[in-house]
Ligand binder design. Sequence first.
Ligand SMILES: NC(=O)C1=CN([C@@H]2O[C@H](COP(=O)(O)OP(=O)(O)OC[C@H]3O[C@@H](n4cnc5c(N)ncnc54)[C@H](OP(=O)(O)O)[C@@H]3O)[C@@H](O)[C@H]2O)C=CC1
Ligand SMILES: O=C(CO)[C@H](O)[C@H](O)COP(=O)(O)O
Length: 637
Amino acid sequence: MQKTTDKPIVIVFGVSGSGKSTIGQLLSQHLSVPFADADDYHPQKNIDKMASGQPLNDQDRESWLLDLAGLIDENKEKGLVLACSALKEKYRKILSSGDQKIHWVHLAGTKEVLTERLQQRKQHFFNPALLDSQLATLEKPKYGIEVNVEDSPEEIINTVLESMSSKKSEFGLIGLGVMGKSLTLNLANHGVEVLAYNRQAEGEEHIVPQFLSENSDKPNLRATNQLKEFISELEIPRKIMLMVNAGAAVDAVIEDLLPSLDPGDIIIDGGNSHYHDTKRRNDYLKEKGIHFVGCGVSGGEEGALKGPSMMPGGDKEAYEKIAPYLERIAARDKNDEGCCTYIGREGAGHFVKMVHNGIEYAEMQLIAETYAMLRTAGMPIDQMAELFEDWNQGDLKSYLLEITADLLTVKDGDEYLIDLIYDAAGQKGTGGWSTTAALDVGVPFSTISESVMARCLSAQKPLRIRASRLYGERPVIERDLQTLIPKIKQAYQSARVINHAIGFEMIKKTSEENNWGINLSQLARIWTNGCIIRSSLMEELVSSFKASPEEHMLLAPSFVDLLKGSRKELTEAVSEGLQMFLSLPVYAAALNYLNGFTNEQSSANIIQAQRDYFGAHTFQRKDKPLSKYFHSQWTNK
Ligand SMILES: NC(=O)C1=CN([C@@H]2O[C@H](COP(=O)(O)OP(=O)(O)OC[C@H]3O[C@@H](n4cnc5c(N)ncnc54)[C@H](OP(=O)(O)O)[C@@H]3O)[C@@H](O)[C@H]2O)C=CC1
Ligand SMILES: O=C(CO)[C@H](O)[C@H](O)COP(=O)(O)O
């Protein structure tokens, strides 16, 4: 993270003869910060080489530049003006490898002026004949400020000070919706000079002025509804995060930006984009020299403000440039590390966010099914809120359980608000996309796909009303809550474990297929805080995947013990719920997965025989090598 402090770090750079030391010393006096001349930090072998008329090569410069980067770091509180040639971008990259914001001042002059200055120098080790080589080496940056060496020192100092006081923003964010507003404030609260943009759509003209007036106490926060201004007011390379709706809006914003961007600029898509779209955008922008990072963000409005979980993927080089920003605003794990890690190439970041949401869908549905069982068995809402609150103190602790306990306490007049909410679930796509993606790699995904289907079925409310009238009332079967509650608690715990195993298995398989190298333990770590599926189970998964990264989660001894110990309760809870005519698709899917997963002999021999019977699809035999395929004539008729 480039931190801006009262004591700035300024690097005055340019070829020999440009006056770096003179201007640097004057600047240091004006800014009241120490001055250092990079030439004084050259090892003797470099000085000798230059004095003998030989130019330094990159290898000669590397350790010198690293020493200078160390000097900058040592001075980050005191500030520093450093005079240094820093002719190439890669040298400047080493100098700016720390977390300090650097003000770059380029002293530029013509060859004639510079030659004349060098010829007037006395007792200096530089050989004027090397000027040509230095001018050829110089790569002018697109950032920082360029001043003319022919101006007087006073004029140069004034120009530099003026430019430093009218600083551009270091990070841009597009889309001041629910997430964009919170992320912008999060960045600003962490000292980032952030500039936000929201289009001036009809009826939305108030967004930018209102946002600014609500946050007028933050001097490092700016906002505009003029795209041109937004682009020109960002430091180069530009770092622009999009928080707009997934799909066409992301492409539209990219197209609007492209004509004004420069090679090396970085676009970060923080929305819930489809990972195939992210790969496509990655390839498209790469051709144009623009870096693209598809970054899953989870935590909702509050998480985005106080610390979300961040899942960046795509261009690793670009990620490294924005990592300090993302890691700084991310939630902290229990060891105070940021809940943000590079996930993998292409759309890997958005892929894991999509599966995160799949796991989220099923976790939400499990709580909804638990509510349905307890409610049907006669538990009042207030007691259920207390029960969930109690469960949330132990092994079942999770953000989703916590908010459910809370939302069950909310009343509207005399009624619980939950009883007034129309029971048709919405969805924006990620759960369904993850189901399709699971089918692409052939991974069983039943808890998650069932949770998507449950939302689809819930949305058919008018049809359900008619059907319920035709099929009649549910049977009223007396349930003893005291015996049912512990059963459901164990069933809930085991179904959650199975659901997580299904989600992580899908990530493992897809990562292998795409050669993304996703580290499941690290992924679980960044999901321990900030995101919607954070839980104590997730904490357990960090060490479980670390111990056996290649193994199926349900083969870990601790989970084998847990599921063996609660299988009976899971079966009984599902059975009792079904007898109450309740729809429990995710509980049932979890149980069916467990039964299928742990049965050595499945019934798929029948499927294979049927396929071969009607379609000559062939089959393998248990009593023959699996490399051989057989076909039978089958009919005895
Ligand atoms: N809400 C949540 O909990 C989470 C959402 N996400 C994802 O983050 C993204 C943003 O979500 P959220 O903030 O909730 O959405 P909002 O609907 O609140 O905000 C969307 C923003 O996108 C802007 N926008 C939409 N279309 C365009 C366009 N064509 N050109 C320029 N700007 C456009 C809107 O501008 P205008 O106001 O002018 O319409 C608005 O600022 C989505 O991909 C979402 O799935 C991710 C994690 C959590
Ligand atoms: O990404 C999220 C949380 O992690 C969003 O809240 C997302 O919108 C939830 O998905 P849906 O709207 O389909 O329920």
